[in-house]
Design a protein around this ligand. Structure first.
Ligand code: PAF
Length: 274
């Protein structure tokens, strides 16, 4: 496995390949990322993982400075998972000057749910993903479904810009108790890791109710918010939406239930397709 830090070195390494399959990450990798790398392996002739903590997608009060940087351990895991190239640029390499050209996703997709509570987040994500797809010459790109809205925004970006890239979603990986794997779980204390199970439990409860024919989605959402608040969480949203565009569903639409909530100082997100 090659560890590459510069765009010119990456271009040189990629000359011999026709179909890079790429897994963009911010590092501090867990089994969810590694599952994406394994999924990517048969889909291209070279498997690349990018590791870059993207300042553009963090608000000033968020955890950009404290986000764990664990390159050495990440590389060991990636090599074991069959990754061929790790592209880990320094900030000055990817953003050698202020990134004044940005990708602005449409408000109806990107200013709801996560985008409502993290204004500008998807501008930062789209801008860096566009750049990472360009420098890695991706033909296939994989993103986890845990970031459901992110996957949808990126899919739409790739489609509208007619990029010759297939975007693939990887299933959310969970621990045995049901907690969705996330780099931010590392911020939780052992007691909070137990408490964190309430998020997936709340989503499962709502998904079951909808599967059993409950149609009062607003009531289910409010009950979910209430259950989280009652346990001391600060929920941003619990929402049942249609899978295709994350807007309010009609009765026969395929649905997904999504939630974001703060447990102590850690903000967790999760979702379940119904
Ligand atoms: O999901 C992430 O880790 C990031 O948002 C991504 C897609 C790597 C862009 O920085």
């Amino acid at each position: 496995m090659q560890l590459i830090h510069t765009i010119s070195e990456l271009r040189e390494a990629l000359r011999q390949y026709r179909h890079p399959a790429v897994v963009p990450t911010m590092g501090n990798l867990h089994a969810g990322h590694l599952a994406l790398v394994r999924q990517a392996k048969p889909l291209g002739d070279v498997t690349i993982s990018t590791i870059f903590v993207n300042r553009l997608q963090f608000a000033p009060h968020e955890d950009f400075d404290t986000y764990p940087r664990t390159l050495e351990a990440d590389c060991e895991h990636l090599e074991a998972a069959g990754c061929d190239i790790v592209f880990a640029p320094a900030e000055a390499e990817l953003y050698p000057q202020a990134q004044t050209f940005k990708v602005h996703p449409p408000t109806e997709l990107a200013d709801i749910l996560e985008g409502h509570f993290r204004p500008g987040f998807f501008i930062g994500v789209c801008t860096v993903v566009m750049k990472l797809l360009a420098v890695t010459q991706a033909r296939t790109a994989l993103f986890g479904k845990k970031d459901y809205q992110q996957l949808m925004v990126i899919r739409n970006m790739v489609k509208q810009f007619a990029l010759p890239i297939e975007v693939i979603g990887g299933e959310t990986q969970r621990n045995d108790a049901g907690l969705a794997l996330s780099s931010r779980n590392g911020y939780l204390t052992p007691a909070q890791r137990e408490e964190a199970l309430l998020l997936s439990r709340t989503l499962r409860h709502i998904a079951e109710a909808v599967r059993h024919g409950e149609t009062d989605l607003a009531r289910l959402e409010q009950e979910g918010m209430h259950a989280l608040r009652a346990a001391g969480w600060l929920p941003d949203y619990v929402a049942v939406r249609r899978q295709s565009d994350l807007h309010a569903p009609q009765p026969h639409d395929a649905k997904v239930v999504l939630a974001a909530a703060r447990l102590g100082t850690t903000r967790l997100i999760d979702n379940l397709e119904i």
